[in-house]
Design a protein around this ligand. Structure first.
Ligand SMILES: N[C@@H](CCC(=O)N[C@@H](CS)C(=O)NCC(=O)O)C(=O)O
Length: 206
């Protein structure tokens, strides 16, 4: 890759960690620019006009072009590598789990972690507090489905690491910070341990 790669991020975000982990596993150095999302730094007119009109990180900058959405950024980095299966069915299956991550996992498991750890229970708005039971139930359902799948497979797709694992791992391995008990999901726990053994793995706080 010849172009300069810059990750616009908030380091404690699982979505941003996905992109860092993908870069690390592939040996692709990323420059990092930090934004404090708690201070609205991704909502400034400058950020909205020049980085992401959707006001969110992560954004991967490739030269002078920008890729918002964590899974799209990971896909850009991993295109042509072993993290994306060459087989057509397996590639679609990988996308299946990445869409699952964005629709079933992240808005429930990661959002509850964010509310508990960064916003704080006492500071939740009434509308947010009202959503907690529904998000908890939907999060547990996502974890059950993952656990059932991983009882038969070492990794989500094709029994080897792909972007599906990176996407789910990044927000998942810190699920306990959102009040989810990972010990209830032993196959998921074993998969988490397996991910940390992948050569060039980096932890979230790296
Ligand atoms: N679907 C997006 C979600 C991005 C997202 O929600 N980012 C959060 C941090 S994890 C953010 O930027 N929040 C700040 C804000 O909304 O102002 C992705 O996967 O990249």
């Amino acid at each position: 890759m010849n172009e300069r790669l810059i990750l616009h991020e908030y380091a404690a975000s699982g979505n941003c960690y996905k992109v860092r982990l993908t870069g690390a596993l592939l040996g692709l150095p990323l420059e990092r620019r930090q934004y404090d999302i708690m201070m609205g730094e991704t909502r400034t007119p400058d950020f909205l006009a020049n980085v992401n009109a959707n006001g969110r990180i992560p954004v991967l900058q490739v030269g002078d072009r920008f890729i918002p959405e964590s899974n799209a950024a990971c896909f850009y980095l991993a295109d042509g590598s072993a993290l994306i299966p060459a087989d057509r069915f397996e590639r679609a299956d990988m996308l299946r789990w990445m869409f699952f991550e964005q629709y079933n996992h992240e808005p429930n498991v990661a959002t509850l972690r964010f509310w508990a750890t960064f916003v704080g229970e006492a500071n939740l708005e009434d509308a947010q507090r009202a959503q907690v039971p529904g998000k908890r139930a939907a999060g547990e359902a996502a974890l059950r489905l993952m656990d059932e799948h991983l009882a038969a497979w070492r990794f989500f797709v094709a029994d080897r690491p792909t972007l599906a694992d990176i996407a789910l791992y990044a927000s998942h391995h810190v699920a306990e910070e959102g009040g989810f008990a990972l010990r209830d999901y032993p196959s998921v726990q074993a998969w988490i341990d397996r991910i940390t053994q992948i050569p060039a793995y980096v932890p979230m706080n790296s």
